[in-house]
Design a protein around this ligand. Sequence first.
Ligand code: ZN
Ligand code: ZN
Length: 515
Amino acid sequence: MPPARSRPSTIDMGFMFPTPTKQPGVDYMIPDVSYLVKNKHKIRGHFLTHAHEDHMGGIPFILPQLPAPIYTARFSAGMVEKKLVEYHLQTQPQLRVMDPDKHEKVQLGAFTVELLRVTHTIPDACAVVIKTPVGTIINTGDWRDDPTPVDGKLMDNQRMAELGKEGVLLLMSDSTSCEFVGRQASESDIAPSFDDLFNRAQGRIILASFSSQINRIQMVVDATARHGRKIAFVGRSMLANVELAVKMGYIKMPAGLVTRVQDAVNLPDNQVVIMCTGSQGEENSALTRMGTGDHQNIKIKPGDSVIMSSSIIPGNERSGVGSIDALLREGGKVYHHVFRELDHVGPLHVGGHAKRDEILDLVRLVQPKYFIPIHGEFHMMVRNAEAAVEAGVPQNNVFVMDNGDVLELAQNGALRDRLAMAGDGVFMVIATVSRKTGKLVSSPDIISRGFIYMKENEELINRARAEVRKAFERRGTGEPIDWAKFKLKLRDEIGDLLYSKTKRSPMILPVINEI
Ligand SMILES: [Zn+2]
Ligand SMILES: [Zn+2]
């Protein structure tokens, strides 16, 4: 039935953090959307499962090329709005909030779409359910099934079962943690560990976690109140997210509990909790700077208890553990989830992705005709496919797909097609300029994806960079800045340069960040 193909909508617009060995010199990678740009007149809407960067970080770059309303749950909408303000996007996005608890539906062309609540590590994470003329498709987004979530908002397994009974054509499910047997523990299991360590602490408590982990921040807030301390939030993203979550009602903050970090230093040590990011030892994070003495207000000292409420994300092993050394050298006591057994502490972190038993349960509940593992490395997706087969999906109906692969679904079967969507790739120019003068404050960044290898084409990249600098110099000062016009001109000039050297026309995306 052709209508299923004629009214596309998209799910999520993330970016990926590159592997330093595979993509040297690249800060982050955005998906190749050239196929969608060619078909943009057909796009009726974008759906966002949740507000993590790998699901919505690409919006400022992609949305202007694919203008259409964004449909998402309430907290995610708040986060998108905040992000777009940070990026000074010229196009005003249309945000449409959907309530998953009311099973609200939206009709776009031949599709009816609804959001279905799942549990994850950020509020309001949802699966996307798409009813198409050939059958129902479910994309889980990132999920696990937490039986006792901190905010009390359970995964909507009832709706999942209902859809399963009606018949689901295709289930696409998160593969991240499918190689681990059993189930994820509940996020609320962490609260007793916090209480335990708050009881042990004689001096200040410095707690590092993720700034989007709103429920965990709530548990720290509650422990702070129970133990008669005050809390200071440190770090730009931590402050911004807490402010938003409190304003939107996702964090319940007792009156008088929060103090500014400048004031926290004047309180007795045993009344202070500092909550910050940097649990991965990120170079510029507040926690790392507190260890090295580079932080404006806080320097780690003997008597401090540092609680690292995170796992170490693969790839961060060296920085993640290395940052502990600096904290120890200054005399702090460090508790880390990974080494908690040495300190006889309960869990200080819980993952946000379904383990194998949770996946088996979901597939049995939904009983999809077809299954595609998504979100994960290839080895994870292979294991996720195995789980689906174990849960009853016929082997021939499970498709492990690579980026760019296309699966065409019809009422009478599925057809897999290895279609290259890459075209001529993407070439991104990121310029950071002073809001006051409109002048460049640093050398422009170039990100190339699917066009050329940056390492082998250093000369061309440098030429492009020089071209950008020249464009800024030519612009002259004093005149009012029309960035939209400037970007168009820049796009043409860089496009001409790249074409003259390579005979290819990648999509050129100029991004201007004003600071
Ligand atoms: Zn994700
Ligand atoms: Zn996520």
